[in-house]
Design a binder for this molecule. Structure first.
Ligand code: CMX
Length: 438
């Protein structure tokens, strides 16, 4: 299988690099840790490594060294499409090189082989309360799939250096099933339907998803989903959802358990729920002003949000200090295809007003938009109008990045994580020993 062969060929070299770091350079100091970083949510503490992606605060994400724009340009696409194949992105994340179109299609074919869901998973979903959040349902369905884990079945037969191959099988099977699960949840929750079309091996991953969802694919929803799935896939290892899967995997918990934990972390309003909150915020503006507001009205609405003690969703970032390139490519996607769409016009107005408001407030380190400030509006255009489904879509995409990291973490034998905690008194004592500023 293509990913297996390509990863296996690289392993001796990678393992040697990690061995040398662990044995020959173990005492080298990378950075110091401040009390501000410890009490500030471990922000910026350099304590993880991954080669799959890297976020530069002044530039944004690089997937295996490629910026979002470079990746979108370089990755292969199916005939007639403008946006690349998701299978090519998965190859890039897993292998580290840009695939040919044939290699990307081989990954797509591996997904098609594995895209079936055992009947009990649908039963579990049908038994869940009607008002359960879509991301809760996806997390639940992922847990219900855990009995399928090849890693669990083979655990006692494998040596440590073989873990990654079982992890890869689970990663492929899990990611293959997510479009089916997501579309089933959509149909069940919003249309009371209990069936989902079968995965069609002649179509790519995103086209399958578009066909399974009940939205207007004639307008090009599959193209939007290719873009959405690619750009949300990975954002280095320290973000909350990726780190959660990494942590779970470090205990040798399998990919299903780890991804469910990842989704549960993504579900918070400061993280993956922000695309839901952002779409709701835009819809509230539109409702309140019966269409597009004036600039002054939007300015006041934004201040009212802040004065009520809320954040403005889709703005600010834990690491980025510039406009998120994932925002830019989504905005351009909309501007090229439906420039007159009212919600998109509102997104543009918000881009003009909210950074000014946040700068005036003076709290957010970055007043610029992140990807969540526009993604819901694009979904809305194609008929995916249920804002609470947006975080689930983020989850389907994030699976690509976190499973690639999970496979490589096992391949490199990354150990169980165990950072050290101190007591408040200990921190106070450390602070008291430092010279006080004049
Ligand atoms: N609206 C209002 N206030 C904001 C803000 C925003 N969009 N972004 C940051 N701030 C505030 C913070 O709440 C914080 O206030 P306090 O000092 O009162 O606690 C202050 O500015 C400093 O925050 P920061 O260091 O700039 O940002 P953090 O690293 O603490 O948090 C983030 C980053 C994303 C959680 C924050 O910017 C935010 O809440 N944004 C809105 C929600 C959002 O869009 N989240 C999605 C981010 C993308 C993702 O990870 O999925």
């Amino acid at each position: 299988m293509i990913l297996y062969e390509k990863i296996e060929a690289q392993l001796p070299q990678w393992r040697e690099r990690i061995r040398a770091l662990a044995k020959e350079h173990a005492e080298v100091v990378v950075d110091t840790v401040t009390i501000g970083e410890i009490v500030g949510g471990m922000r910026d503490i350099k304590s993880l490594y991954t080669d799959i992606s890297f976020v530069d605060p002044s530039e944004g994400i690089r997937f295996r060294g490629l910026t979002v724009q470079e990746a979108l340009k370089a990755l292969p696409r199916a005939r007639g499409n403008q946006v690349p194949l998701v299978g090519g992105l998965y190859y890039l994340l897993m292998v580290g090189d840009i695939p040919t179109r044939e290699q990307a299609l081989e990954v797509e074919a591996e997904w098609a082989k594995r895209a079936q869901i055992p009947a009990h998973v649908f039963k579990v979903l049908r038994a869940m309360p009607k008002d359960a959040h879509p991301i809760t349902l996806l997390s639940q369905a992922t847990l219900a799939l855990q009995g399928e884990s090849v890693f669990v079945k083979k655990y006692h037969e494998m040596k440590k250096d073989q873990y990654w191959s079982a992890a890869l099988e689970d990663a492929l099977a899990l990611t293959a099933r997510l479009p089916l699960l997501a579309a089933f949840i959509y149909r069940l929750k919003y249309f009371n339907e209990t069936k989902v079309p079968r995965y069609n091996p002649k179509l790519d991953y995103a086209a399958n998803f578009a066909r399974m969802m009940k939205v207007d694919d004639k307008k090009g929803y599959a193209e939007l989903m290719r873009l959405f799935l690619i750009i949300h896939s990975d954002h280095e290892s320290g973000n909350a959802s990726a780190h959660t899967m990494h942590l779970a995997g470090s205990t040798l918990s399998d990919a299903y358990l780890g991804f469910s934990a990842c989704l549960n972390t993504l579900a918070g309003p400061l993280h993956g729920l922000a695309n839901q909150e952002s779409l709701d915020w835009l819809l509230n503006v539109r409702k309140k002003f019966n269409g597009l507001p004036s600039r002054d009205e939007l300015y006041k609405f934004s201040w009212d949000t802040l004065n009520a003690g809320h954040v403005i969703p889709g703005y600010g970032h834990g690491v980025l200090r510039v406009i998120d390139p994932r925002f830019v490519v989504q905005l351009e996607f909309g501007q090229e295809r439906f420039p007159d769409f009212e919600l998109l016009k509102l997104v543009e107005m918000v881009l003009d007003v909210v950074p000014t408001v946040l700068k005036e407030q003076g709290k957010a380190k970055s007043p610029a938009p992140n990807m969540d400030a526009v993604s819901g509006a694009l979904q809305y255009y194609y008929g995916m109008r249920e804002s609470e489904f947006c975080p689930l879509l983020f989850g389907v995409s994030r699976a690509l990045g976190v499973t690639a990291n999970y496979v490589w973490a096992r391949a490199l034998g990354q150990p169980i994580e165990r950072p050290k905690s101190l007591t408040t008194k200990m921190l106070e004592e450390i602070a008291a020993k430092q010279p006080q500023p004049a």
